[in-house]
Design a protein around this ligand. Structure first.
Ligand code: SF4
Ligand code: SF4
Length: 409
């Protein structure tokens, strides 16, 4: 762990933001502990939501000095504390069970932003990501010129689109088949689409989640300017992280896009209800559904993916014991995967076991980053369950019906 020298009594030290309400509200009851996947991987009290709040409380009163002097202790912005603050996927499970109704997801992000302002964070992988976003506009360090290389050759790019399809960095560079599936399915309903091409910069989610807001400046502005210049009414994305960021964080930190923002599952549900998207084929599998944290707990979109799944013929749908607001995180969010990949994969293994308990042979979710991590989890534990994005399932289900072979004369 790198040595961080932060003198909290120095005039340079930036005092805590206005979090005293949270610090006072916390009952220290510990109901948040068992649901915390980061704590399950690193079972120290300092990693639990309760432990972190307790430490911040001590940081808040330190400098007054009396208690610290009396106890002969030094409460400081130590590397261990910073490490604990980043051992968190930002899943929001703690917030759901918190009896004091503390907005913990916002709190963790505010605390990380404060750590970064004091020069004590983010962690090494997050710094690397931020540098790549600054240089290449994506956290993978891939060429901006190849941003839209995934666009399927057989789908027309409308000059004046109705919909802007926002693929996101993972959809553009690592899980292109999900972006391709999304666009192809929408095109089958006659949706006129285009994407932002090279101007689709990172939505900034990896930077906001790790407290690195300054590094994200410019991303949102570029996206908003380009999107608003295209004359589209709607924006659709298959990535749940991009969805939360563009529909919620853009308005909080930057400017809003002028389009109505939909997650793919919401848009497709409407297309099916309007009888614009024919579900031609059966999908004969027992399936269960994993709620991405950014789509479910953070954005309240629980029903659209389920409604779509239940409309598909041949599917036997079963819920996992932990679902909707109590869903277990896949382990990938909040910069946790980039910094603590082994822990993130271990959380995914737990989620795969949840899915296996239902007897399902397909695990559907609604986010390329969840698909990526859950697939790695399935591989790690040797599970035969197939992890699919909803767009991939619909790609099969909406494929044109093959003509029945003529009976032999
Ligand atoms: S957001 Fe999730 S990982 Fe982070 S402290 Fe809460 S329960 Fe733990
Ligand atoms: S459940 Fe809420 S009030 Fe209780 S310890 Fe956790 S954060 Fe504090």
């Amino acid at each position: 762990m790198p040595e961080i020298k932060i003198d909290i009594k120095s005039p340079e030290f930036i005092r805590l933001p206005r979090v005293q309400k949270v610090l006072t509200a916390c009952l220290q009851c510990g109901y948040c502990i068992d649901v915390c996947e980061a704590h399950n991987q690193t079972p120290w009290e300092s990693v639990t939501p309760r432990g972190k709040i307790y430490y911040v409380k001590q940081l808040d009163v330190s400098g007054v000095g009396a208690m610290d002097a009396l106890l002969g202790r030094e409460v400081t912005l130590s590397p261990e504390f910073v490490d604990a603050m980043y051992k968190c996927t930002g899943c929001g499970n703690c917030e759901v069970v918190c009896h004091a109704k503390i907005h913990l997801v916002d709190f963790w992000e505010d605390m990380r932003a404060w750590i970064v302002k004091n020069g004590a964070g983010p962690l090494s992988a997050h710094k690397g990501m931020a540098e790549k976003v600054r240089k290449y506009h994506n956290p993978y360090g891939e060429s901006p010129a190849k941003r839209d290389a995934w666009w399927p050759a057989d789908v027309e790019r409308a000059k004046v689109p109705d919909v802007i399809f926002f693929a996101g960095c993972t959809g553009s560079y690592r899980m292109q088949h999900i972006a391709q599936a999304g666009v192809t399915v929408l095109s089958r309903a006659g949706v006129k689409m285009n994407c932002l091409g090279e101007k689709e910069w990172c939505c900034s989610s990896p930077l906001i989640r790790t407290g690195n807001h300054d590094a994200s400046l410019g991303c949102a502005e570029t996206v908003v300017e380009k999107a608003d210049g295209m004359g589209a009414k709607d924006m659709v994305m298959t990535c749940s992280g991009c969805y939360k960021t563009v529909s919620s964080d853009f308005g909080k930190y930057y400017s809003k896009v002028g389009q109505n923002v939909y997650h793919f599952s919401q848009y497709v549900e409407q297309l099916i209800n309007d009888r614009k998207l024919p579900l031609n084929n059966e999908f004969n599998h027992k399936v269960t559904y994993h709620d991405p944290c950014h789509l479910g707990r953070h954005s309240g979109v629980y029903d659209s993916p389920r409604n779509v799944i239940k409309k598909i013929k041949g599917i036997e749908f079963v819920e996992m014991e932990r679902s909707r607001e109590n869903s277990r995180c896949c382990g990938a969010g909040g910069g946790y995967k980039s910094q603590f990949n082994d822990f993130a994969t271990a959380v995914a293994v737990e989620r795969i076991h949840d899915a296996e308990e239902t007897g399902a042979d397909v695990l559907i979710t609604c986010c390329p980053f969840c698909v990526l991590n859950l697939t790695q989890g399935a591989k790690k534990c040797g599970s035969s369950i197939k992890v699919m994005d909803l767009s991939q399932v619909l790609l099969e289900v909406t494929a044109p019906k093959q003509a029945e072979p003529k009976p032999a004369e």
